[in-house]
Design a protein around this ligand. Structure first.
Ligand SMILES: C[S@@+](CC[C@H](N)C(=O)[O-])C[C@H]1O[C@@H](n2cnc3c(N)ncnc32)[C@H](O)[C@@H]1O
Length: 390
């Protein structure tokens, strides 16, 4: 299916189902669909913790659950099914090239390099951190690589690693949002996990400058985004808020059990605070600033006391603290279950966002392909957009 047809089909289904994925159960106690679909409400309320965790990991099963009451959702599974670009086996560089790279990151980099494939052109490694990807490409593709990165310290470390490995790689300390003349015409730009505004600028500038090829694995679509997403390509009806775009990246397949427990407790305690805030007269959900992680290490009574002080609210006494902590855990159970419905749409939103880049580049004369560069267990941000000037 061509990118624009896939995008049009996803656009239709996401516009039609907005009532299911837009409301945020953390903020909105009773999303509108609960009244409209009591069968679905009952089905998610009856899920056990293990079933909720299973559905979080099983995109097709969660879509099938929602499709029972909204058959159009059934079509999403095939629209988000993309080819694997799992590519060439790279020449084995031994351990030396990968000094300092944590195991999972190394696997992502090797998978990206294998999927991208060299074009024989000088490479620009966009927002490259210590330039691990660039270093591997310089060694494997035997082309000069420039790593552009805003953090001078990362560049210094990366420069030393490149020299040690004998890679033809240099570093430019620059802000990718304002750097001029990059990528240079005819060059091959790669970007592994460059956040929203950073990968969007690469796509725009790459086309404007005449890059010969772009290989982009995007992440954190919501970063650097205005309150409403501004599509690069025209022809869509869907309007996405920043929170909708954030939904696309909320999966955590790489979280270990301890991290899951911690995030469950954090959610319960924050919901307890929200309930307490409502009880002392503040109606309607309001955002609050991030909670510093050391606050989560003490007991609940201390947590809510310090948060209430910061937010200018009265502090609950010991009996209320106990009661509201229990309310928080109960609300957390509800939110996790209601979120199963919303989370079923995460990949569809992500694919829609990447297709926006793909359709934009196709309109600029590139041959584009969208696929995955590694299995989801290595990173849920495993989409890769490859575009080559036709
Ligand atoms: C998620 S890391 C990815 C690094 C590398 N591509 C990788 O996959 O290992 C994002 C990188 O973007 C860099 N970055 C953030 N904002 C930037 C900007 N405005 N210009 C250039 N680099 C930036 C960060 O310092 C960080 O090294």
């Amino acid at each position: 299916m061509t990118p624009d047809r896939r995008r049009a089909a996803l656009d239709d289904v996401l516009v039609a189902t907005r009532d299911l994925w837009h409301p945020q159960p953390f903020r909105e106690r009773r999303p509108g669909w609960l009244e409209e679909y009591p069968g679905l409400a009952g089905a998610v309320a009856a899920l056990t913790d293990d079933e909720v965790a299973g559905l979080e990991d099983d995109r097709e099963a969660s879509l099938a659950l929602v499709a029972r009451i909204r058959p159009e959702v059934g079509g999403i599974a095939s629209l988000v099914e993309l080819p694997s670009f799992a590519g060439k086996i790279l020449q084995d560089r031994g351990q030396r090239w990968a000094w300092e790279i944590p195991g999972r990151k190394r696997c992502q980099i090797e998978a990206f390099a294998g999927a991208a494939g060299g074009a024989g052109k000088p490479v620009l490694d966009w927002c490259g951190g210590k330039g691990h990807l660039g270093r591997l490409l310089a060694l494997n593709w035997a082309v000069p690589v420039t790593t552009l990165e805003i953090d001078a310290e990362l560049c210094a470390v990366g420069g030393a690693l490149a020299r040690r490995a004998g890679a033809l790689q240099d570093f430019v300390v620059a802000d990718a949002l304002t750097a001029a003349g990059v990528p240079a015409p005819g060059h091959h730009a790669v970007a592994l996990h460059a956040c929203g505004h950073l990968h969007r600028r690469l796509v725009r500038e790459g086309a404007a400058q005449g890059a010969s090829r772009l290989d982009v694995a995007p992440c954190c679509y919501h970063l650097g985004m205005p309150e409403r997403y501004e599509p690069l390509a025209s022809g869509v009806r869907l309007e996405l808020t920043r929170d909708d775009a954030r939904l696309a990246v909320t999966e955590s397949v790489t979280a270990v059990a301890r991290e899951r427990r911690q995030s469950g407790r954090e959610m319960a305690w924050k919901l307890a605070f929200v309930a307490w805030r409502e009880s002392v007269g503040s109606s309607g959900y309001r955002n609050f600033k991030p909670v510093p992680s050391p606050w989560m290490r003490a007991g609940f009574a201390e947590f809510i006391a310090v948060l209430c002080r910061r937010e200018g609210l009265p502090t609950p006494g010991p009996a209320d603290a106990l009661r509201y902590e229990a309310i928080g855990w109960q609300r957390r159970d509800e939110v996790l279950r209601l979120s199963v419905v919303r989370h079923a749409f995460r990949r569809a939103l992500e694919v829609w966002l990447v297709l926006d880049l793909a359709v934009f580049l196709a309109a600029k004369g590139y041959e584009v392909a969208l696929g995955t560069f590694c299995p989801r267990r290595l990173t849920p941000r495993n989409l890769m957009l490859s575009a080559e000037i036709a």
